[in-house]
Design a protein around this ligand. Sequence first.
Ligand code: FBP
Length: 552
Amino acid sequence: MNISPLQRLRYDYQPKLPAILREDIKTILPVVGEETSPAHDKEALKALFPHTYGLPSVHFAKGENKIIGARRNVGVILSGGQAPGGHNVISGLFDAMKAANPENELYGFRGGPRGILNDSYTLITEEFLAPFRNTGGFDIIGSGRDKLETAEQFEVCAKVCKKHEVSALVIIGGDDSNTNAAVLAEYFKDKGHGIQVIGCPKTIDGDLKNESIEISFGFDTATKTYSELIGNIERDANSAKKYWHFIKLMGRSASHIALECALETQPNICLISEEVEANKQSLTSIVNDIALTVAARAEDKNNFGVVLIPEGLVEFIPEIKYLIEEINNLLAKDIVAFSACNDSSERIAFVSERLSQASCNVFTILPKDIKKQLLMDRDPHGNVQVSRIETDKLLASMVAAQLQKMKSEGTYTGTFSTMTHFFGYEGRCAFPTNFDADYCYSLGYNAFMLIGGNLTGYISSVTNLSQPAKEWKAGGIPITMMMNLEQRHGSMKPVIKKALVELDGAPFKYFVAHRDKWARETCFVYPGAVQYFGPAEVCDQTTRTLALEQAK
Ligand code: FBP
């Protein structure tokens, strides 16, 4: 295999574990903490998860562990979008399993949840794993967005696990996949199948977080990768002084990625969807605000700048949010007739005729491409595929039209040329930063510690992450405590609540305190490329978001 010099050197990197997990594995014991309960919908969740609701949190302490050495086969699944560090979760899991008992076997189910349904797997050996250690990507076993949700599917999972004597499954995924992990754990427990299920918090979006999950893995690497690119664009903008760059950033509904990149690079404008929603800001008012900033900078002869746009923005603009909800319900109800439409024009007409007057008015003014993008297939969890909606182009063209109007009114005299970008896939498979390499390895190792403690329905939790790795705390929390009930596909379903940007949180407040200055002046910061070798302050720092959240 042809590999780069960096990749070769990364094979030698030994990820750092929390101090307790550096002990001999047979001298680490799970310690039960307090019983947990979700913040909302307690009674409904208790009824839905009678076996796994209200379980206690768990951490680890020194003590003789007599059961962890029992021989086990474990299955692992990568689920959903790629996130840097997935290979290290598997490495950590594998190493813990072999440390506990060299006879243990790890089955990597291929292509996401579908892998277990199809009994398609790779038996992971040291030799097979070696070229994937500390590398990005999910190509070790592949991933997928299939959902495990029906009793028939759960029974197939149980059958496949029993065939291979797999007594525990580790599901590495985001909020939806960990929701599925909780449902599967409950089902296995209810049916007495004796198969444990443990989740691991993955997603570049950063929206799977709470006090026990301080950050989902991949967020650190992805935001550093985007920040490097944004910084490079800022420097180009500041050199050429002729373009406004509109940059859409991945992150699905939450604006954590956009906010973190703004904290890293200090662009002129960064929209935060959660703020747009809180202020009930319309599309027109967002466009007008951007145009005013462009005009103000033009007064200083600065006809250039950078605007960051979270990819989920459209879902937070009230009138478009209602429109999307109406379209979702309409498609859930009339999918057969909708699918029978011959082309995009027919589909647009079909939907327009069935929308309420208010939503129809909004839909009508959108450019045809955006209309088409709003009607694209939902993902298997019922989400609009916001990565495919070109909000960067939409805003750039609407701001251009507004500036044209302002010019005719004599309130703007500058020039306005735009470049649009979408950064998403560029960051999802980057080589994990040292932080993600360490964190992911720890999550995987820790997942096996939970299995060794005979736990099920838990998510692997490693906390205190703004401190050096040896001070990290390892443990687990029941997935049910992160759940609430939400409307999905037209009915109420138990799901893990997505963590959106908190408008009273320290990262957003820091941004608000500085953004006016960043808008008018040119305060760009150029973070440069991720570094793997060198001083800790360059190589091992995690995100500004986490540092601000955990500042004492
Ligand atoms: P997960 O929630 O599965 O981690 O996916 C994250 C993400 O990268 C989102 O930011 C983005 O909207 C979506 O995946 C894109 O999905 P796809 O890979 O299917 O195009």
